[in-house]
Design a protein around this ligand. Structure first.
Ligand code: ATR
Length: 270
């Protein structure tokens, strides 16, 4: 048999940081396996899954744009991610050999929030797209209090809140941020080449946390504004590494060495 391997699939795929992350962990743990990026176009997706399912060396894949919804048709949805989040970002072989689709974005997002007590507390989220769904799913699991959801399309925001059974309200981006224990940017606003997300954070209490899922640049305008106010911040590499960590364990059966995150972050920022 050849080396066991996993991979990330998408279209385009060259920009993906997943091979660097998984490659770093495989080397750190001395696991003899490979992790690669594979370009798969939408019309090639069915043939891709058919071929990989028959390959005993293949441990699974991370799934990125534009395949996160279409891939659900090729995996077993044992965790009901279609209903819960509406998208899959990881496919792995279960103990019985079945190919299972999961979504590690929500767990990856939630991991750094374990250090904070957010149960019952008001939170503000910006964004109601794919990333926003994973974020709201995770926040519903944490049991946060009322959620103020800012989205350009307010109706979409309101529909999402009610689909997760979350109390709160949807508002257009630009309205004042209410007092919140946590503010999350779950849009691409602030990413290099996108408009910045310019929020007035003056209503936030001193122990509020500001979390941006954007990691390029690492210090977004939002995080800089939060730091200027002395607030705790969580940057986008936390979620990127966090979602990869959950997937890595599914692929290779070992927990990644998270105590080496500082080294990994330096590699990703190079
Ligand atoms: P992702 O999977 O990254 O979340 P998406 O599903 O396309 O991508 O969702 C993008 C999110 O960013 C949405 O909340 C979108 O707002 P709409 O639902 O109103 O479209 C938001 N977004 C993207 N570009 C934006 C812009 N220029 N101004 C405001 N919101 C924007």
């Amino acid at each position: 048999m050849a080396l066991p391997y996993a991979e990330v699939i998408g279209d385009p795929i060259a920009h993906s940081k997943s091979p660097k992350i998984h490659g770093f962990w495989l080397k750190a743990l001395g696991i003899e396996a490979d992790y690669r990026a594979t370009h798969v176009t939408p019309d090639a997706l069915p043939a891709y899954f058919a071929a990989r399912k028959a390959d005993p060396d293949w441990r699974g894949c991370n799934i990125t744009v534009p395949h996160k919804i279409a891939a659900l048709d090729h995996v077993e949805d044992r965790e009901d991610v279609r209903t819960a989040i509406g998208a899959t970002n990881t496919a792995f072989r279960d103990a019985d050999g079945a190919l299972v689709g999961t979504n590690t974005d929500a767990a990856g997002f939630a991991a750094p929030l374990k250090a904070f007590d957010l149960a019952g507390k008001p939170v503000t989220v910006i964004g109601a797209g794919g990333a926003g769904r994973a974020v709201l799913y995770a926040l519903a699991g944490i049991g946060v209090g009322p959620v103020t959801l800012f989205n350009r399309n307010v109706d979409k925001g309101a529909a999402l809140l009610s689909s997760f059974g979350l109390e709160g309200q949807a508002l257009p981006i630009g309205d004042a941020v209410p007092p919140s224990a946590l503010v999350v940017n779950a849009t691409s606003l602030g990413m290099t080449g996108q408009p910045v997300l310019d929020l007035d954070l003056s209503a936030l209490p001193g122990d509020a946390v500001v979390y941006d899922i954007v990691y390029a640049p690492l210090e977004t305008t939002l995080l800089a504004a939060a730091r200027a106010r002395g607030l705790a911040t969580i940057d986008g590499l936390e979620m990127l590494i966090g979602q990869a960590a959950v997937a890595f364990e599914r692929f290779f059966g070992a927990a990644p060495p998270r105590e080496r995150d500082a080294e990994l972050r330096a590699i990703l920022l190079r």
